[in-house]
Design a protein around this ligand. Structure first.
Ligand code: KIV
Length: 265
């Protein structure tokens, strides 16, 4: 919760204004209060508690096992750490696809129990009715199309989407459907750059790219990828530092100091 009255919190209206003013917004994933505080102070506008949580923090081999309780637990921590950023929580697999009512019930739990600002769900045209149901009831919904990791078992890989003419046409329909349904932002993951560009030009809401080229209204990266903490990075997510090495060096030097009797001094 922002208690400092000198800090102007980011809201859904800020995102809409940024698109209108052609001002790029910075989204970054976060999973705990300390990293949320750090990212917020470093200028991230939106903190996404992605269900990538399952893979980068909880040791699962996909996002599929992530539970609503886990998302709420980590999102509440991120909310406690932020001062200015808008916080979005992923609805995990199986908690929204059954019906608009199921999605509404679980989105309400997330919003009430974590105090975050918005929920994100994966899917295009087929999720439009659910997005409309939530939006009409006052919930800010971020849609996510293109590579949708919760469907990895169906597609068999995390590869690029939208390469064939049919897939491309479907993604254009997906983008239009979720925007018309009331999504406040649209994540485009791992799709051809010219397709993301076309979607961004036509979308009434900000697009947030990850592996979708430079023309999206915002960019998002996973914390562990950006900071060099992942085992391997996707080709579209370069590490900006090698935090793994920095951390390992510190732990190893401290261990040596303890073993050699130099710590505590
Ligand atoms: O789960 C996640 O971190 C995400 C981003 C990669 C967009 O959905």
């Amino acid at each position: 919760m922002t208690t400092d009255t000198t800090v102007k919190p980011v809201t859904a209206a800020t995102l809409a204004r940024a698109k209108r003013d052609d001002h790029k917004m910075i989204w970054l994933t976060a999973y705990d209060a300390a990293s949320a505080r750090l990212a917020d102070e470093a200028g991230a506008d939106v903190l996404l508690v992605g269900d990538s949580l399952g893979m980068v923090c909880l040791g699962y081999d996909s996002t599929i096992p992530v539970t609503l309780e886990e998302m709420i637990h980590h999102t509440a921590a991120v909310v406690r750490g932020r001062r200015r950023a808008w916080v979005v929580c992923d609805l995990p697999f199986g908690t929204y696809q059954l019906s608009p009512e199921q999605a509404f019930g679980n989105a309400v739990r997330v919003l009430q129990q974590s105090a975050c600002d918005a929920v994100k769900l994966e899917g295009g045209e087929h999720m439009a009715a659910t997005i409309r149901f939530l939006s009409e009831r006052g919930i800010a919904v971020v849609a996510h199309i293109g590579l949708t990791p919760q469907s990895v078992k169906k597609f068999g890989s995390y590869g690029r989407r939208g390469k064939s003419a049919d897939e491309r046409a479907q993604l254009l329909k997906d983008a239009q459907a979720v925007c018309e349904a009331g999504a406040v932002a649209l994540v485009l993951e791992n799709i051809p750059h010219d397709l993301a560009s076309e979607i961004t030009a036509n979308a009434g809401v900000p697009t947030v790219g990850i592996g979708a080229g430079p023309d999206c209204d915002a960019q998002v990266l996973v914390w562990h990828d950006l900071l060099g903490l992942s085992d391997t990075n996707p080709p579209f997510a370069p590490a900006y530092t090698n935090a793994r090495q920095v951390f390992a060096d510190a732990i190893s030097r401290w261990g040596d100091d303890v073993r050699q009797g130099r710590f505590p001094g």
